[in-house]
Design a binder for this molecule. Structure first.
Ligand code: MBD
Ligand code: FE
Length: 303
């Protein structure tokens, strides 16, 4: 006899499009599944299925999406994280950052966090307080004049939420060059250019020389950039300086400061700007190493 129409309890006569199909996928989870996955996967599967139903996703579109994600993965290495960039332009890294701070914050005086971004490097050089993260300012660098005009002294204290200074806190800082490129994106910059770690003194103070940051386009020559183009969006981030501030007994703070001189503050391509993180540099007199200065205190929450 022909075996067509063979019935088994794992199949269904209905086409796989309705909620009962979704629940069947969720119910396939076994008794020894990972706890956190048991918590999150049903929601992920329901939202994914609901999305596909809502937009009538076709096989051709889904195939294109798989290829798109594969392309992001293939492009990603320790110099470039295209998958993270994809998350950034759809606001996911900022959303997750917001959810995490909301869950972990222990006081509302803590400095707001902001996303890490794809260009952090561990093990930036530990530098003496008051020194510079600019590793090459010779007149031969094409953006030398701009670097001089934007030279800046950054200082402030690291504080607990009750205002007590925290000594021996580490301020890990990094920013892009005046040409809009982070050091690992740019062959012409020395290793670890515009990166450094500083330890706060007995008054909880850090001090360093850096540059006023400039607006710059996130890398847009890959799939994430193509998506921006298809969405008729620009790739610019406002000028920003990244920080990770950490100290024993406190929750590490990943954040960014934004220079209020630039127009992209209100239209960050990765949606990371927060009012409390927008700063204004002041002109600095009598310092041959800096035309600008900024004083900013970081407030950490307890673990
Ligand atoms: C960046 O420089 C950045 O800081 C973020 C968050 C995303 C892309 C590029
Ligand atoms: Fe950045």
């Amino acid at each position: 006899a022909p075996t067509m129409g063979l019935k088994a309890n794992w199949a269904t006569k209905k086409p796989q499009i309705d909620a009962s199909f979704t629940e069947r996928v969720i119910a396939a989870t076994g008794p020894n599944a990972n706890q956190r996955l048991v918590q999150v996967m049903p929601s992920l599967v329901r939202h994914l299925h609901a999305f596909a139903r809502e937009v009538n996703l076709t096989v051709a579109e889904w195939t294109a999406a798989v290829e798109f994600i594969n392309e992001c993965g293939k492009m990603s290495d320790d110099r470039r994280n295209e998958t993270q960039l994809l998350c950034d332009i759809v606001g996911l890294e900022s959303l997750v950052d917001g959810i995490t701070s909301k869950m972990l914050a222990t006081s509302n005086s803590e400095t707001p966090s902001a996303i890490l971004g794809p260009f952090y490097r561990q093990d930036a050089p530990l530098l003496p307080n008051g020194s510079s993260i600019i590793r090459n300012l010779s007149p031969s660098v094409p953006w030398h004049e701009q670097a001089v005009a934007d030279s800046a002294f950054l200082t402030g204290r690291v504080l607990s939420s009750c205002g007590a200074p925290i000594k021996k806190a580490i301020v890990d800082v990094w920013h892009a060059a005046p040409n809009g490129l982070y050091e690992q994106q740019d062959e012409s910059q020395p290793d670890m250019n515009f990166r450094g770690r500083f330890e706060t003194d007995a008054d909880g103070r850090y001090a360093l020389y850096a540059l006023r940051p400039v607006p710059y386009p996130i890398p847009d020559d890959g799939p994430a950039g193509r998506l921006l183009g298809l969405l008729d969006r620009h790739p610019y981030r406002p000028g920003h300086i990244h920080f990770i501030v950490s100290a024993t007994g406190f929750r590490p703070l990943t954040t960014q400061l934004y220079d209020d001189r630039d127009e992209y503050i209100a239209k960050d391509a990765v949606f990371a700007v927060k009012d409390e993180l927008v700063i204004r540099f002041a002109p600095r007199e009598g310092d041959p190493n800096a035309r600008w200065s900024l004083e900013y205190d970081f407030v950490l929450g307890r673990v």
